[in-house]
Design a protein around this ligand. Sequence first.
Ligand code: ADP
Length: 461
Amino acid sequence: MKLLPNTLAFRLTFWYTLVVIILITIAFNASYFLLSKALDHDMEQDLIEDIGEFRTLYQKAGLAGVKQEINRDLMKSGEEERIFFQLFNQQGERMYSSDLSYWAFLPDSRDWVKRVISSEQVIFQAMVMPEEEVEVKAAYGLIAPGLVLYFGESTEDTQELMELLSQVFIAMLLMAIPFASMVSWVVAGRSVKGIKEVSRIASAIEKGNLQRRVSVLSQGSEISQLVDTFNAMLDRIWLLISEMKEMTDNIAHDLRSPLARIRMISESVLSNENTPQVFKTAASDTIEECDRLLQIINSSLDVAEAEAGVLQAPKTQVNVSGLVQDACELFEIMAEQKDISLLCRLATDCYIQGEAQSLQRMLANLIDNAIKYTQAEGKVVVELSRDCQQIEISVSDTGIGIPEGDQARAFDRFFRCDQSRTLDGCGLGLSYSRAVAHSHGGDILLNSSEQGSQFTIQLPI
Ligand code: ADP
């Protein structure tokens, strides 16, 4: 069983709050440390100043003046358990002291006195009062040659201040935790709002309308990017589905005619008494229609294969000059039969890395179309040129041309212009050719008018 919700908003809230708590704790500890260091330093400075003052007093008023001042200080502090004074001579013998009944724990001073006399420095001592656990800060200092003052006081006030500070911190932390969690929850909620919106619309789209798009405004660039990518993906899916639908519609339409004709032939053969010759003719017509069906199916598969990029491998060095030359020679007879003049202007030594067979079919499609859609006495020109970056093969004709409104769709699968429907063809040649050009990193451009058409294949070297 899950005890905690596994949502992004909850995780963000948890981590934000944790980071806030850690930062507050680090800040407090650093301040606590620096403050206690500063107070300690101040206290030491006070002790040094006091020793200086006693030294001056001794010079002015002698030992009696010092004793008087000690008693005055004791009276001022009012509590003998908080402050003590002792005076030692050169031999480490105590010459004078305040009431030491609370200070029995003080260590033996003989060695310390000797060290102060020999070093002439102030020496500090830090101790803890037994039972009360209060810290004591004390100092030994020379106030006259051979006369050492040893005095100290408890740091209870400072300790109380630091304890108060700790309590304030804990209270602040306890207040900060719910506040930080609340703020984090709001911030995390706002951060994931866009993602939630995208997922809500995505599930709505998944249930039905693929044409819906996500519109999340000003949710930060990451969410906008996600929305853009998501919408672009939907656009692409929608396009693919539309293309697929159009293609299946077209296939159904193009398959229907040959199938209807086969059915008609079979029906007429069945309904009459026929001679063997009629059967033979019916069989050969059926074979012709079946070939046509096979051609449509094979061409569709070729286009699909070319578009899927299967043709990208394997590639070899292809002599494009030779390839275009062969194609021109192949179509010469067909052009002659239609009384069309076929001209070839070829640059020599044009090579690319490619797949020769598909390039040959691409070229054959374009020359075949040019001859097919050009009337007698027309002209078809095939031209091959190159520069340092690419090879260009243009196939131009003086044929019927492609109406401006149809030019954008001429390369779509199964598309045929109205005026060419009477001629043989299934509308797959151009889409195959463009897929081959794309798989070679190139493209085919179309330029057409009523005076004729020009297809230009561009292939990078
Ligand atoms: P098809 O088998 O119909 O020729 P294509 O894909 O090769 O199929 O061409 C698609 C359509 O583009 C053709 O049906 C025709 O309407 C038009 N078309 C292609 N090439 C030419 C051209 N050279 N002149 C005029 N129309 C053309």
